[in-house]
Design a protein around this ligand. Structure first.
Ligand SMILES: *[C@@H]1O[C@H](CO)[C@@H](O)[C@H](O)[C@H]1NC(C)=O
Ligand SMILES: *[C@@H]1O[C@H](CO)[C@@H](O)[C@H](O)[C@H]1NC(C)=O
Ligand SMILES: *[C@@H]1O[C@H](CO)[C@@H](O)[C@H](O)[C@H]1NC(C)=O
Ligand SMILES: [Zn+2]
Length: 490
């Protein structure tokens, strides 16, 4: 592993605001470790390359730091590097200084891990790494930090369990074991999105179809996913829980009875599978349009509950609401369509990373994708909103979604959000056009974010806003994939 080679000169870490084109033509492209938080991360000890990139102005002064390697790979090799990022949240949600929070977390992690297996067994899932979950973990090594990010080296099993111990507003993002290709979205793919935007105009049939999403049905579906429905046995949809597997089967059954073809696709031992549903296009084409959400969730530290009513029961329910309207109105798409409910999002976009990489390896012809993550929370006194990513995503897709919102959900106030890092990032990183829809044109404001109280029956959980944003996601699908209505429908 790069960082543990004692013979190598000191490793340098470069973290710059994400820009898919900045380093593409530089030698730095050979040392790309992915986009984490809002940063592109490069690690190298190639000083000639760094000097050349610096002279070419590829990165700003101060962005390059030596990595503190003390404590890395102390004889045990194979440690996992994990980027920690503080979420963009409203200051009012943050009780204490998050800088102190991270210090306390790092100080306590070894004893927390010693007390409990890194990944809890719940009777259903045992992490595939054999007995490693019971081996006392080596202490995490802090390699670098800023006020809102940090780079850790930890045992692989600890990396998977970090989300259960992290302070609430921090998220983990695992670095790959070696550099990965830097894949900007190709110009041809962007031109295709531009052409769709240029041809965009109001379609009354689309308006009628998107209006068919049913609020009572959204409510019933999300209540099943959170366990608020007494008939549901789901207590948690954490990626390693029993409930998440119930949710996976339930989602597959619902989508299938609505006419989609689904499979549960496992991606990494111990994690719940991705739920991947497809509709074959009527045209002879390879073009595919994808909409998605993540159905796993994260609760409060120490609690077994992770109902995820907003995060991301709302996005998952939107997919179901769209599938219900497709079935009721006999929509037949012209291009291929996929509806994906990903797992492992809260541990670092695991499910979507595997799936996007697989689509890239298979040469998939993905026109665009739109991820829905947190659609329902509505801050008191604010208008219903749609937040679009300010940095991570394909600007042309974001613009298309903004225009579709103006046409089909004019009740939404549209703006940018710094809340980042959902599953669309996995697709964007593989060079597929991608964006996200979010509940707020600003930072996260939901007081139940990453909290075991994230239910749907609570103040300011707004089903009308949820429907309005689902309409935008559905309208994107209809306009981009094209469709016909089956004769038998009205
Ligand atoms: C998209 O919206 C922008 C901003 O409202 C507007 O200027 C532009 O004309 C719209 N484009 C299309 C193709 O509708
Ligand atoms: C959706 O369409 C079906 C079939 O036309 C209709 O019976 C139903 O009332 C519509 N639902 C909504 C919420 O518009
Ligand atoms: C994707 O589909 C479009 C439209 O059919 C086609 O022009 C293009 O060549 C395809 N691209 C790939 C990579 O298959
Ligand atoms: Zn989420």
């Amino acid at each position: 592993m790069l960082l543990v080679n004692a013979a190598a000169p000191i490793a340098l870490l470069l973290a710059v605001p994400h820009d898919p084109h900045a380093a593409a033509d530089s030698c730095l492209a050979n040392y790309f470790y992915g986009t984490h938080g809002q940063q592109d991360v490069f690690i190298t000890s190639d000083e000639l390359c760094v000097a050349a990139a610096s002279a070419a102005g590829v990165f700003p002064e101060g962005a390059l730091v030596p990595l503190d390697e003390s404590g890395v790979g102390a004889g045990d090799g194979g440690r996992q590097l994990v980027w920690l990022q503080h979420d963009a949240v409203e200051p009012a949600l943050e009780p204490a200084s998050f800088v102190d929070e991270l210090d306390a977390f790092l100080a306590h992690l070894p004893s927390v891990l010693a007390r409990s297996p890194a990944v809890p067994e719940n009777g259903q899932i045992v992490l595939g790494a054999g007995d490693s979950a019971h081996t006392p973990a080596a202490p995490p090594a802090l390699l670098h930090r800023t006020p809102s990010s940090a780079l850790l080296a930890v045992d692989p099993s600890t990396a998977l369990a970090l989300d259960q111990h992290l302070p609430r507003f921090w998220r983990a993002s695992p670095l790959p074991p070696s550099p990965v290709p830097l894949l900007p979205v190709p110009r041809s793919a962007i031109e295709r999105v531009r052409a769709i935007l240029a041809g965009l105009k109001f379609d009354p049939v689309v308006a009628s179809l998107v209006a068919n999403i049913s609020v009572p049905q959204l409510r019933a579906d999300v209540r099943y996913l959170t366990g608020e429905d007494a008939r549901s046995e789901i207590v948690s949809r954490h990626s390693f829980s029993k409930g998440v597997l119930i949710a996976a089967e339930w989602l597959k059954e619902r989508f299938e009875e609505l006419g989609a073809r689904c499979e549960l696709k496992p991606f990494l031992s111990g994690f719940a599978p991705n739920v991947i549903c497809s509709y074959d296009g009527s045209e002879d084409t390879t073009e595919t349009v994808l909409i998605s959400a993540h159905y796993d969730s994260r609760g409060s530290f120490g609690s077994v509950r992770a109902p995820g009513g907003d995060d991301d029961g709302s996005g998952t329910t939107a997919l179901l609401g769209i599938a219900r309207a497709i079935a009721r109105r006999g929509v037949r798409f012209r291009k291929h369509v996929r509806l994906c409910a990903f797992a492992g999002e809260e541990q670092g976009l695991y499910g979507s990373r595997y799936y996007a990489q697989e689509m890239r390896e298979q040469g998939a012809n993905l026109t665009l994708m739109v991820q829905a993550d947190m659609l329902a929370y509505h801050a008191p006194g604010e208008p219903a909103q749609l937040g679009l990513p300010d940095r991570i995503g394909t600007p042309e897709v974001t613009q298309l979604v903004a225009n579709l919102s103006a046409i089909y959900s004019p009740e939404l106030t549209v703006g940018f959000t710094p809340a980042c890092c959902s599953d669309h990032q996995s697709f964007h990183n593989q060079g597929f056009p991608a964006t996200q829809v979010f509940e707020r044109a600003g930072p996260i404001a939901d007081p139940m974010y990453h909290n075991s109280g994230d239910l749907s029956e609570r103040d300011n959980y707004d089903f009308e806003q949820l429907k309005s944003i689902a309409k935008v996601q559905f309208a994107t699908l209809l306009h981009v994939a094209g469709f016909d209505l089956e004769e038998s429908s009205d």
